[in-house]
Design a protein around this ligand. Structure first.
Ligand code: GTP
Ligand code: MG
Length: 313
């Protein structure tokens, strides 16, 4: 029954099944573990219906299966770590960025989100002894901010061959939110040829924010974002890769985007990001990273710098 179709749930007809799938709920487990409010928003259904569907999915998926800690520990031994090239920043995250997770960098313009992405892209191509992942990188660029010249500078500063590094970074410009989502699927094709150990989405939310304006579009936007996040996480797990995404803060408080200095994307993005880091400007080239949300690290801050060489202490 755990592999049953979502159509087989009592009360779910073909139309609701389509809505669920559209919103990224492609199997019973993803429904079983969702909150009624999120499911209702994402699928544009009533909350009472959502509660019934979730209950049915819980029964059908046999939620409550336990794994012993040693099995989980063994799986976590396969995790790899990617350095930021700043010791303080790495320590904030335990020891760099963890594979099989989504790390979200949010902050206002110029806070260093894109620069951090460039540094991570270079580092991911480096051997493990140098804090790298010895893999290729996929970069989904929504704002046309990829600069190969910066990659060259940053690679040189890490004693890597810039040509080789550039060859391992696969960049695609995403023209709109659905193109952005499609590119995650396309990336799977690169993985058939070479291991992709880092996927960057810079920016995760900009297209969604620009395309879905007004209250009436909230459910659809959240549904698609939810689907996108699930696909990213699944990519991370299948390929043992790190997912790094950037996010903006909303500048004006309103019902749609929430408080100022809050990251965009609401609880869908908040939920799906394993680690959330708030970046802000300090004096000169200094930046402060604050770890906001983490399953295993205390809330804390680290100071780093952005310079021609990239990210440093
Ligand atoms: P948005 O995408 O606009 O939201 O901002 P962001 O957070 O992505 O900002 P980004 O990472 O592009 O940071 C830009 C800042 O990085 C610039 O304002 C500079 O302060 C700094 N920066 C970028 N390149 C260099 C460089 O070569 N040398 C130095 N010293 N600083 C740089
Ligand atoms: Mg940027």
């Amino acid at each position: 029954m755990a592999n049953a179709n979502i159509e087989e749930l009592p009360g779910v007809g073909p139309a609701t099944a389509d809505k669920l799938r559209e919103a990224g709920y492609t199997n019973l487990m993803t429904i079983a573990v969702e909150s009624p409010k999120t499911l209702a928003d994402a699928c544009d259904i009533g909350e009472a219906t959502a509660i019934k569907i979730i209950d049915a999915a819980k029964k059908a998926a046999e939620v409550g299966g336990f794994e012993s800690g040693d099995v989980i520990l063994e799986r976590r031994r396969n995790l790899s770590r990617l350095t930021t090239s700043s010791k303080a920043f790495d320590e904030l995250l335990g020891n760099g960025l963890e594979s099989q997770s989504i790390v979200e960098f949010f902050g206002e313009f110029g806070s260093g989100k894109t620069q951090v992405c460039f540094q991570l892209a270079v580092n991911a191509t480096l051997p493990k002894e140098k804090g790298g992942l010895d893999g290729d990188v996929v970069m989904i660029d929504t704002e046309n901010t990829f600069r190969p010249e910066r990659i060259v500078q940053i690679a040189k500063a890490r004693d890597a061959d810039p040509e080789e590094v550039l060859k391992r970074i696969h960049v695609a410009r995403a023209y709109n939110s659905s193109h952005q989502m499609l590119l995650v699927e396309k990336a799977a094709e690169i993985c058939k040829k070479t291991p992709v150990r880092l996927m960057i989405v810079d920016s995760l939310t900009a297209h969604f924010r620009a395309e879905f304006v007004g209250r009436g579009t909230l459910a659809e936007r959240q549904g698609l974002l939810n689907k996108h996040m699930h696909e990213l996480l699944s990519f991370a797990e299948v390929n043992n890769s790190v997912i790094a995404v950037t996010n903006q803060v909303s500048s004006k408080p309103d019902a749609f985007f929430g408080d100022p200095t809050r990251p965009v994307g609401g609880h869908v993005v908040a939920h799906a990001s394993t680690y959330r880091l708030y970046l802000r400007k300090s004096k000169g080239n200094r930046r402060i990273a604050r770890l906001i949300d983490s399953p295993d690290r205390p809330e804390a801050e680290a100071v780093f710098t952005v310079s021609e060489e990239g990210i440093r202490d």
